[in-house]
Design a protein around this ligand. Structure first.
Ligand code: NDP
Length: 397
């Protein structure tokens, strides 16, 4: 029985709050805090159990620390934006409270996936006797656990990893992103990066693509190579991997809009002067685009996110694909959010449950693949993200 403080009342925060509320035997008390308390109240009103709300600017460490000292939760689930990771980690350190997030820290002025800033807290968390679990969403998150599960149950050694993220859903809008537009566009327009024979190699944004045959009737779709943060921790923790890549599907329509917006400078994070004040074009664009939470009732279709692994079992070559399929409309019926927020929010709740029930424990800063994947995988089946594993005949070219 534990009290949880969730920070961030966006699309993911809504799902985390619903899912924690479904598990009262672990999350006996729930407080939802965000910069705009009204958004917290709206989410609380959707849920039968009482959810307390609070206003906080999580960039302000003393303010965040004061909230933690007042509320005294056992754990903070940070589902605000990546910019808030370090201030919230600082506040947890000051108040002596466990921490979990779903995305690595990013400085506002550089779009960058890198764990160095957060891994640097390891000694201080260990000395304080508290735990931080990084990247407990779907990708990163479930994908790290999928890799650990495949290594544990299906292979003797894993050699090649392809993480593949497909959103085969449709929302009917000319252009919209399915999670925070600023974070999403920073990710997609960054240079691609993959691991090959002990080195990182880079590619121009969206310049490498393939067609991948998705299972369960989703069918073939074009996937594009991107860099994603879980590659950094996974290649560190699975040193037998000689090749690791991350892929995502995009519709031609999405890419056409992104190209035009990029060409006219609207996706830039460099500030420009406009009518006497400084604005960041990407932040202005975010203000014009549909709020991802408004896509919930409009989105139909399914997501399929999984890990394709090649390696050896009993001296023989083997390939397996471990994946989850999530239905946008079913997610909306359950928690009033589409599947992108759902697939992130459910693993955040499960990661917190692993920590609170002592199944995953440690002092310091951890990534998901450092723990036993089995209890997490059982809970994926139990709390709405069932998974399947299939044997594959030929490697992806
Ligand atoms: P949203 O933009 O919908 O929500 C973010 C929320 O954080 C908003 O409610 C916002 O404030 C709040 N917030 C922002 N700044 C502050 C601040 N200084 N203090 C307090 N609250 C603040 O984003 P999403 O819900 O789509 O994404 C949440 C997180 O999940 C992001 O970090 C994203 O990168 C991550 N993510 C991870 C995925 C994964 O699979 N691992 C996939 C998708 C997302 P306000 O209350 O003013 O609205």
């Amino acid at each position: 029985m534990a009290k949880v403080l969730i920070v961030g009342a966006g699309g993911v925060g809504q799902v985390v709050t619903h899912k924690c509320a479904q598990v009262p035997e672990v999350f006996s008390e729930i407080v939802l805090a965000s910069r705009t308390e009204e958004k917290c109240r709206k989410i609380a009103a959707q849920i039968k159990r009482p959810i307390r709300t609070a206003q906080v600017d999580a960039d302000d460490v003393p303010q965040m620390t004061a909230l933690l000292e007042r509320e005294k939760p056992q754990i903070v689930i940070n589902v605000a934006l990546p910019y808030q990771d370090l201030p919230i980690m600082d506040a947890c350190l000051a108040a002596g409270i466990d921490y979990l997030d779903t995305a690595n820290y990013e400085p506002r002025d550089t779009a960058k996936f890198e764990y160095s800033w957060q891994w640097a807290y390891d000694d201080r968390y260990r000395d304080r006797g508290i735990m931080a679990l990084l990247g407990s969403g779907f990708d990163p998150g479930a994908t790290n656990v999928f890799t650990a599960w495949l290594q544990k149950h299906e292979f003797d050694t894993i050699e090649v990893l392809d993480i593949i993220d497909c959103n085969a859903g449709e929302h009917g809008q000319p252009f919209a992103t399915n999670f925070n537009p600023e974070i999403n566009i920073r990710e997609v327009t960054a240079r691609g990066r993959y691991w090959e024979n002990g080195e990182w190699r880079t590619t121009d944004p969206l310049s490498v693509s393939k067609v991948f045959p998705f299972p369960d009737g989703i069918g073939p779709k074009k996937i594009y190579l991107l860099y994603h943060e879980e590659l950094e921790s996974i290649v560190k923790h699975f040193p037998t991997l000689r090749h690791a890549r991350f892929w995502m599907t995009f519709s031609d329509n999405y890419l056409k809009h992104l190209e035009v917006l990029g060409n006219v400078g609207m996706t830039s994070i460099e500030p420009v002067m406009y009518q006497g004040r400084e604005i960041v074009p990407l932040q202005f664009l975010k203000a014009l685009l549909p709020d991802p939470s408004s896509l919930g009732p409009l989105t139909k279709g399914r997501t399929c996110i999984g890990c394709l692994v090649q390696g050896k079992k009993g001296g023989r070559d083997k390939i397996a694909f471990l994946y989850n399929i999530c239905d946008h409309e079913a997610a909306y019926r359950e928690v009033q959010s589409q599947a992108i927020s759902y697939t992130t929010g459910v693993p955040a709740m499960i990661g917190a449950k692993m920590m609170l029930t002592g199944k995953w424990r440690g002092k310091g800063v951890f990534n998901m693949e450092q723990f036993d994947p089995d209890p997490f995988m059982e809970d994926m089946n139990r709390y709405g993200l069932p998974w399947s594993v299939m044997q594959v005949d030929a490697p992806m070219e």
